[in-house]
Design a protein around this ligand. Structure first.
Ligand code: FAD
Length: 434
């Protein structure tokens, strides 16, 4: 017989919404706790940024969750950004039918998804989860959980659930690298979490650290108003020097230090005087409401977690959806959610605790042998297809369509090309090819 669990979901971003849909489909009872006043998570753009441009204190009053900038368009085509049965492709939700739509379109899609899937009535808005703790500690299916949360009126309540699915997002708390000699830096510093528009960088010389999707977008946008843009990237070999595509931008290797004269020195030996260092260096996993023995975030490795989802000691009643990155994210969220829902009902089975722990340890060992740093634990690249297909197998879902895999790889190459026009050109090319 299928087990029907009472499940708390923390967060109503894309992960929390699809997790709730899959849990409801599987027959579970669901309460989604969302600390903000709406669903959509990171896609709810905020023109306001944190008071501290480095966003050093995620618990500060008024800390902003979303890391979007005003001009942001998706870096994946819309076909790769919808959930099954409710595609984002082929229609417009906020009047922006482009293949790579602006952020408002994705937010409108998520609003519509919450309504269409029947999840919306299960979301408690302005309900911040403060603490998640095991009740009458047991093991496996028997373990229950207490969720303490603060509502709009400021009152704190605690409720018991059979299971908790953590979907609190991981693109909100800035990861800022330590730079040797930063105490000699007299200019400004900011993390991309707090970047909104290019105007404040008018006529400045800006060092942009990091060459991920945001770093590339932001460096390009700033280059239209700034005097000079210097991109500092770890994997920049073969691309050092002036960037052909821009009239005022240069590629450098990692920052080596801040010199005594306050200039930024790069590992390849050049140095520049700059006004601002803008860190586009990614985010930290942060679970301020979780304090569990043996469960840690160490150098951005959340663990131990079996396949990024289940902590062996507390599986299956505590689990995480949405930790891995560098894949077709919406598809990963949906597959992980289906897995969680099926395991909680008993339709899918997990290995015993010892075997899950052994699997995690083997994975850590594989990383170490390959010289992969801990902080890359949840990067799915380059084995992202293997992971998604493995999760699909757990719940009897079809493997990824090769066409979608190719589309994803093509989108990544486009991002890394640094070329401004790839989004619109993609559209023209697909029209051209019929
Ligand atoms: P979030 O969207 O962050 O949602 C988490 C939710 O949890 C939030 O609503 C938050 O308020 C809530 N919450 C947190 N803590 C608590 C608490 N204690 N109590 C209650 N509620 C809580 N992905 C793509 O697929 N394509 C893209 O083009 C793309 N571009 C991106 C660009 C940027 C700049 C960023 C930052 C991310 C981008 N992403 C993109 C990744 C994006 O993060 C995912 O697509 C997805 O939205 C993540 O959803 P999530 O639900 O895991 O997290």
């Amino acid at each position: 017989m299928r087990r029907r669990a009472e499940v708390a979901v923390v967060g109503a971003g894309a992960a929390g919404l699809v997790a709730a849909r899959e849990l409801l489909r599987e027959g579970h009872t669901v309460s989604v706790f969302e600390k903000s006043g709406r669903v959509g998570g990171t896609w709810a753009y905020s023109p306001r940024a944190d008071a501290d441009p480095l966003g050093s204190d995620p618990g500060a009053p008024g800390a902003v969750h979303s890391s979007l900038y005003a001009s942001l368009r998706t870096n994946l085509p819309r076909e790769l950004m919808g959930f099954s049965g409710f595609p984002l492709a082929g229609r417009a939700f906020a009047g922006d039918p482009r293949t790579f739509p602006g952020h408002r379109e994705v937010l409108a899609y998520l609003d519509a998804f919450a309504a269409d899937s029947g999840v919306a009535p299960h979301v408690r808005l302005r309900a911040q989860v403060l603490r998640v703790r095991p009740l009458c500690p047991g093991r496996g299916q028997g373990e229950k959980w207490a969720v303490a949360w603060r509502g709009e009126d400021g009152d704190v309540a605690e409720e018991a659930f059979d299971a908790v699915v953590v979907c609190n997002g991981h693109c909100s708390v800035p990861l800022v690298p330590k730079i040797r000699g930063i105490n000699k830096w007299r200019g400004k510093q900011m993390h991309s979490h707090n970047y909104r528009t290019p105007e404040p960088f008018q006529d400045q010389s800006v060092v942009v650290v990091g060459l991920g999707a945001s770093g590339i977008d932001i460096a390009r946008e700033i280059s239209h108003v700034a005097k000079e843009v210097h991109i500092s990237a770890r994997y920049s070999e073969g691309r050092l020097g002036k960037i052909e595509l821009y009239h005022n931008a240069w590629m450098h290797s990692e920052i080596e230090c801040i010199q005594d004269d306050g200039q930024v020195r790069f590992a390849e030996g050049s140095s520049v005087a700059a006004d601002t260092i803008l860190y586009c260096t990614g985010y930290r996993y942060h679970f301020p409401f979780l304090d569990l023995d043996g469960f840690t975030v160490d150098d951005n490795r959340v663990g131990p977690l079996y396949k990024h989802v289940f902590p062996p000691k507390h599986a299956p009643n505590l689990c995480f959806v949405g930790l891995p990155y560098k894949s077709i994210i919406f598809q990963a969220l949906e597959l992980e959610s289906k897995w969680v829902a099926a395991v909680l009902s008993g339709r899918a089975e997990l290995p015993v605790e010892e075997d899950m722990t052994a699997d995690v340890e083997e994975e850590y060992q594989r990383m170490e042998d390959a010289g992969k740093p801990k902080r890359h634990t949840h990067t799915l690249w380059p084995r992202w297809v293997e992971y998604l297909n493995w999760v699909a197998d757990q719940v009897g879902e079809a493997h990824l369509e090769p066409r979608k895999c190719e589309m994803y790889e093509k989108a990544l190459k486009c991002v890394w090309s640094l070329d401004e026009g790839y989004r619109d050109r993609w559209e023209e090319e697909s029209i051209g090819s019929g």
